[in-house]
Structure formats: C-alpha cells, structure tokens
Design a protein around this ligand. Structure first.
Ligand code: WTA
Length: 631
C-alpha cells in the first residue's frame, strides 16, 4: 500500500488503520466490476437482503426514464429494517439512541423499536389508514418520528414527512397535494431552549385542508395546546389501547409500490412530491451506506441531519436499520447550551461515524478549536459531509480538529431525487478537500455542455448521470410528465442533476452548485418560487424576485427584491415586517437575509424574471447575455 498514485492538487491519503479495516481495498476493481455488469452488481447486492419473492429482472429499461428495478419481486423495507433482526442476536442490539435537547436519553433495542412500530402500525390501521394512503408527518427530532415513518411503511402507507422547520403555508401545500387523511405531529419540540409550536402550525394548516380527518399528537413538551375533539388524539393514549397490542403483519409490497413521498423545491411551480419505492430504494441505500461509511456492527453512527429531509430518510432511518446498525439521534441545536454540545455527545456516547453538513461545520468552526479540543473524540473513525459543496478550509478543519487527521471524510453528493449517494469517495480512496470523489459503483457521471457534449477535464459544465441506479425516484406524485420533463429532457436518456460541476484529470468530481433557482440555505433546499409567492402574499408587495447569495456560514442566504404596491413606501421597518411575514408563513429557515425595494425587476420580453441578472448585479459580476432582457 506504500505506492501512492500521483494525484493533482492537495491530497490526503488513508491511514494504514483505515485501509486495514476497509471493506473495499481497491475502488477501481469494484467500479470496473459494476461498470462491466451493472445488473449483476446490483443483483448481488440485493441478494444480501431478504425478499418475499425474488425478482424476474434486476432492471427493466423498457419504459425509461421510468426504470423499474427488481421487477416482479415482493418485499417490504421493514422486513429488512426490523423483522429480520428479530431472528438474530441483533434483536437485543441498540437500534436507536436518542438524546433530547434538555438531556433526556431514550434507547431502543431492535426488539423495542419493532414492538413500538407494530403497535403504532396497529393504531394507524384502526384509524383507517390503508395500503397506498398518504400520511403526513410533521414532527420534531424525536424517536416517534422514526416510529411513525416505519409504521407507515410496515402497513404499506406512504409517508410524507414535512420538515419541522417549515411553517403553515409549506405544510398546508404539502398536506393538500398529498391528500393525506391523517397527520402525525407533536405538541412541540425543543430547539435552542425554546418550544417549537408544531401543533399550532398543524391547526392552522389543517383548517384549510378538508381531506384531514385525524391528527395524532405526540406529547413532547407538555405545554398547553388545543386538542380538537373528534379529530385530535394523543399518541400515548392510543398506544395504550388494546387495539394497539399484538403483532402486526408487515404488508407484502410489489417492487414498484411507493414507500414514501418527499416534497422538494424545484425551479418553478409548487414543490414536487418525489416518490421512492421499496425494492430499489432499499437496495441502493443499504449498499451505499455499507460501502461508503464502511458500517460495522460495532459502530455508533450519527447522521446529524433532520429526518424531515432525504438525508434523514435514507441515512438516519432506513439505511442504518437495514444494516442492523446503532443510530444516534439528537433533538436540538449543536450549540445549545454551549458550542461543545456535539463534541460532548460524541465523547459521551462513543460515536464512531459522524455525518453532517458543511454549514454545521462552518458554524461550529466559528467558535474555535478549543471547544472540540476539550473532548475525547478518539471514538470517531469516519466523517461525512452532505448538502452543499464543502469549502476546503472547512474540510481541513473538520479533518484536523474533529477527525484528528485519522478519519477520512466522505463528501457525498446526491439529491432527494437520487435517494442514495451518487458521487462519493470510499474510505480507502485518497481524498481531495472540496471534491465529492468519484461516481458510486455502477454510476457513470459526466460533465456536459449545453448541447450534451462532454466537456474536457477541468472545465465546468452540467453534471449528468448516465446510468440508472436502484434508489432513483420513481416519479413525481401524479406528475409523470413533469418528472420526465424536469430531469430527463435536457439530455434525452440521461439524468440531468441541475448542478454545475467539473471533473479533474484524476477523475475526481468538484460540484460547484445549482444551475437553477434552487437555493441551499444551511444545506436546506428551498425554491425561489415558494418564497416569492409568500412575499407577494404580503399586502405591501406587488411583485418579488428571490435569489441566493453567498453566506459565510449558511452557504447561501435568501435575498429578496420587492416592488411595492401603490401607497406603500420603502422603509427599514417594512423590510423587517416582510422578512417576518415570510418566516411566519414558510418557516424560520426560510427567513430572508435581506429585502431590497426596487422600482422594476429585470425580465425577459416574455415576462420571466431574470434572477441571474439580479444575482450578477448584487455580486458586481458581469451580467452575461442580456439580449432577451425587456427594454
Ligand atoms: C447539493 C441532499 C456539493 C447539490 C442530499 C444537489 C451537494 C442538492 C452535495 C440536493 C455535496 C448535496 N457537494 N453539493 N456533497 N450534496 N449537494 O435534494 O446542489 O436536499 O443538487 O439532497 O444539494 O439537495 P437535496
């Protein structure tokens, strides 16, 4: 292992310990095997899981881009995440360790998690939830969100988790679009020492959603909330009822049956409800987590994302359970009550793998290395990053101060749509700070120009994926055409990611950022369209445009340009009101950084706002091609 390949730029090589433990010693060898026989590779991976009925074909391409993986098979992700562990020693292994912001601790063995999931599945059934029904989940980071998701999957219901940092309008739109009859929530959650009023938001949202018949409420904060008779039920009371007891059979699902939907912001229009299924998703998530984080039974793995985003779905909830791993979850803020909270949790619980986002690293880095230095972080063996490009400075800080130079950083690039990692290193791959490594096994990622031609190495272009992968979204809920149009029409037959990137001569990918109107605020994916419609719902705003501008900690921040209605005059006070208005309607994470009042907005002759021009102007950059700009 002493022969180091000659690689361009700054490179960090794996330590002998990392190499000794690693499942994959030679990335190229596995990559070649998967490239030569994509279906063979994934078929073999799928064999490691249990199926009620094996597939007829690993990959059916006949209706592309609606690829069907493991066609003809029957399974349920819960069978592999929970049921099968009941038959092994893992029954008594910890599946989940949870710590509340106020320091409470709860632990679940695989046995206990399965028991509570079965009970809650029985409750849902008693409430009339059936296979295929959508259930909206709007909860804080507490074990019940995991239980709720798993219970839905167990009975074949489709969960639609809405991130708890969203507010009324966002929640309402997602409940409405999914036509959920049941909403699962909590009386609140703790964040930064304060109560987040989730139930109140649900009340406001549900008032405008006629489909909702039942709201189930977990008691978390025990502060006063309103419960509506005949609609609202306490989770803990339902779980005590005789109907909750007894086992609950895991529903047999066909390969293409939906597991969940997850709304994500797009360029235009309302958020897209991306659908993920059981068979392919289960296989893709299982294998990526196994290979990339090299997950072992001894690990205590902490993905510090929120379950309400795809990272939480794939790599807090489903992935670790499929592997029979121990997952750690923390409810609150990283800096509460002090900036050492995360580091003390790592020390106290012996976390071995930490997977988080660049924004969190930058946020903690601000407080200085003396905070992590107070703690024994020697349990860590692997680190991860996701959500946006990580700047090399933050990468190196993370590597040095948290990983003590020993722990490889897996910078994983993927999306809600992809369900699983697409670009990523593996632990034995030499690492370049700021690069998301290479395509995961079986993927052929390319950088294309506008016409679909590959650009030379080192040149920026559009990131595209040439091969299908098992965890790919199956469609957008009730919008097959939109799915095709959005992702598969720019380059026919090739998945267009919406990101700009380049590939260096060593084959490493460097993701630059979105090419569309998606903004990444603290790693959270937000669409300009939703923010703009919240802005114009303010009585003073006639028209608005929203862009993302660089922000030191958040990565990007929301900047708004507003044209006022007649009779309103620009003022600091009004700008403040408008910012709060957006936060109240969409959620605190969507609160704009700045509101600027303008007399006009740059538009194309056909009336489309040219956000690109606003962005260039704000940054003092050349405005590019403005030939289509209106007079
Ligand atoms: C960005 C999050 C650079 C990218 C899993 C992508 C990244 C969008 C990385 C998807 C990374 C995610 N390096 N950029 N490692 N990971 N992104 O759907 O712009 O919330 O298109 O999924 O996040 O965001 P989403």
């Amino acid at each position: 292992m002493s022969v180091k390949p000659q690689l361009e730029g700054e490179v960090f090589y794996p330590t002998p310990e990392v190499v000794a433990q690693a499942r994959i010693k030679d990335w190229s060898e596995v990559a070649r095997r998967a490239a030569d026989d994509l279906e063979g590779f994934w078929g073999k991976e799928a064999e490691e899981l249990e199926w009620y009925r094996k597939w007829d074909t690993v990959l059916d391409r006949s209706n592309a881009p609606f690829f069907r993986w493991f066609k003809g098979s029957q399974c349920n992700i819960i069978h592999n995440a929970l049921d099968r562990h009941q038959r092994s020693w893992r029954k008594n292994k910890l599946s989940l360790i949870w710590v509340g912001e106020r320091g409470e601790v709860r632990t679940y063995s695989y046995f206990a998690l399965n028991r509570d999931v079965s009970k809650f599945a029985n409750v849902l059934k008693a409430m009339g939830v059936k296979k295929g029904d959508r259930v909206t989940i709007y909860m804080p980071r507490i074990p019940e969100i995991v239980i709720a998701m798993l219970a839905c999957a167990k009975i074949g219901a489709v969960h639609s988790v809405v991130y708890g940092g969203f507010s009324v309008d966002a929640l309402q739109g997602r409940i409405e679009d999914s036509e959920s009859k049941v909403v699962l929530t909590a009386d609140g959650g703790f964040m930064n020492g304060k109560v987040v009023e989730l139930k109140k938001t649900v009340d406001d949202a549900v008032r405008r959603c006629p489909t909702v018949e039942t709201v189930i409420v977990v008691q978390r904060t025990a502060h006063e909330i309103r419960m509506e008779a005949g609609r609202d039920y306490w989770y803990h009371e339902l779980m005590k009822l005789p109907l909750a007891t007894g086992s609950c059979p895991t529903e047999v699902m066909d390969a293409g049956d939906p597991l969940y939907m997850l709304y994500t912001s797009g360029t235009t229009g309302k958020p897209k409800g991306l659908i993920h299924g059981h068979a392919g998703y289960m296989t893709g998530v299982y294998s990526t987590l196994k290979y990339v984080f090299d997950m072992k039974d001894e690990d205590r793995y902490w993905c510090a994302a929120d379950p309400g985003w795809v990272t939480g779905h794939s790599y807090i909830v489903y992935g670790p359970l499929l592997l029979g791993a121990t997952t750690f979850m923390y409810e609150g803020a990283p800096t509460y009550p002090y900036p050492n909270r995360w580091w003390s949790l790592i020390e106290k619980y012996g976390i071995t793998i930490l997977y988080t986002a660049p924004t969190a690293i930058r946020g903690l880095m601000r407080f200085g290395a003396s905070w992590p230095a107070r703690h024994d972080l020697s349990s860590l063996r692997m680190l991860g990053s996701v959500g946006e490009p990580i700047n090399p400075e933050a990468w190196k800080w993370y590597h040095r101060e948290i990983g003590k130079g020993r722990c490889p950083i897996m910078d994983t690039w993927w999306q809600t749509e992809t369900g699983m990692f697409q670009l990523t290193p593996v632990p034995t791959m030499p690492l370049k700070p700021g690069s998301a490594g290479k395509p995961f096994f079986g993927q052929d990622a390319v950088i294309l120009d506008e016409k679909g031609k590959e650009v030379p190495d080192g040149k920026e272009g559009f990131l595209a994926l040439k091969n299908p992968w098992p965890a790919m979204a199956m469609t957008i809920f009730r919008e097959d055409e939109r799915y095709k149009e959005q992702y598969w029409s720019t380059y026919p037959g090739i998945y267009c990611a919406g990101d700009a990137a380049r590939k260096d001569k060593d084959g490493y990918f460097w993701v630059i950022g979105r090419t569309d109107d998606v903004i990444k605020v603290s790693g959270y994916r937000l669409g300009t369209a939703e923010v703009e419609s919240a802005l114009v719902s303010h009585p003073a705003v006639a028209e608005a445009a929203v862009i993302g501008l660089p922000h030191e900690v958040k990565g990007q921040a929301i900047h708004c340009y507003c044209m006022l209605r007649n009779g309103f005059t620009p003022s600091e006070e009004l700008a403040g009101q408008i910012r709060n208005h957006v936060a109240t309607h969409l959620g605190p994470i969507v609160k704009p950084e700045k509101v600027t009042f303008v007399d006009s907005l740059p538009k194309t002759r056909s009336g489309k706002i040219m956000r690109r021009v606003l962005k260039a102007r704000a940054q003092g950059l050349p405005e590019g091609d403005i030939s289509t700009l209106e007079e």
